[in-house]
Design a protein around this ligand. Sequence first.
Ligand SMILES: Nc1ncnc2c1ncn2[C@@H]1O[C@H](COP(=O)(O)OP(=O)(O)O)[C@@H](O)[C@H]1O
Ligand SMILES: [Mg+2]
Length: 202
Amino acid sequence: MKIIKQGAEAILYLDKNNLVKERIVKNYRLKEIDDSLRKSRTRREAKLLKKADVINVPKVIEVDDKSMKITMEYIQGDLIKDILDSLKEEERRNVCKQIGEEVANLHNLDIIHGDLTTSNMILKNSKVYFIDFGLGFVDPKVEHKAVDLHLLRQALESKHYKYFEDSFKHVLLGYKKSKEYNEVLKRLKKVEKRGRYKSKND
Ligand SMILES: Nc1ncnc2c1ncn2[C@@H]1O[C@H](COP(=O)(O)OP(=O)(O)O)[C@@H](O)[C@H]1O
Ligand SMILES: [Mg+2]
C-alpha cells in the first residue's frame, strides 16, 4: 500500500493502481457528528465527481459510505501547484486558460467546486484534471460561481504570485465559455470589494 497523502480529513493511497480516498475518524468530534460528516462528504464527493465527468476528472470506481472510501482512477501527473511557476510562458497561459474553460464547464452545469486551488488540479499530458470535490455542491446562483473564481484568484495570488496577474487574466479568457460570464464577473468585483473591506477591519 503506497500512501500518497495523509491529510487532515483523509488518507489517500494506491490500491491496485487505483487511488483510494478514505475519510479518517476525527476523535475531537462527537462520534455521531463525525460519522455523519464523513458519510455526507464521501457521498457528496462521489456524486459530484460523477456529475462532473463532462470535464477531466478521475473516474469513480467504487464508493463505500460504511468505510468512507472512494476508489477512483489514479491520475499520474503533476500537481499544478508544483509546476505552474516553472512552465514556459506559453504553456502556463494555456494551462490557465484551460483551467478557466473547465471551471466554466462546471459552472454551466451549476457545479460549484468549493476548493479551487492549484493543489486540487493535476496536469497530465497537457490536460488539466480536477480533483477534491468534497466541499462542492450544485447551485445555480451567480454568487457561488463568483466565490469559486475568487478562491481560485486568491490561490494564484498566494501560491503563484510571480505571474499572478497574467495567469488570472488567462483564466478569465478561458472562463468566457461560461453562459453567465458577464454576470459572474460583475459579481466577482463585488465579492472582492467585500473581501477588502473585511480584511481592513479584521
Ligand atoms: N485521483 C487522483 N489521482 C492522483 N492523485 C490524487 C488523486 N486524488 C488525490 N490525489 C493526490 O492526493 C492529494 C490530496 O487529495 P485531495 O482529494 O485533494 O484531498 P485533501 O482533502 O486531503 O486535499 C492531492 O493533492 C493529490 O496530490
Ligand atoms: Mg485537496
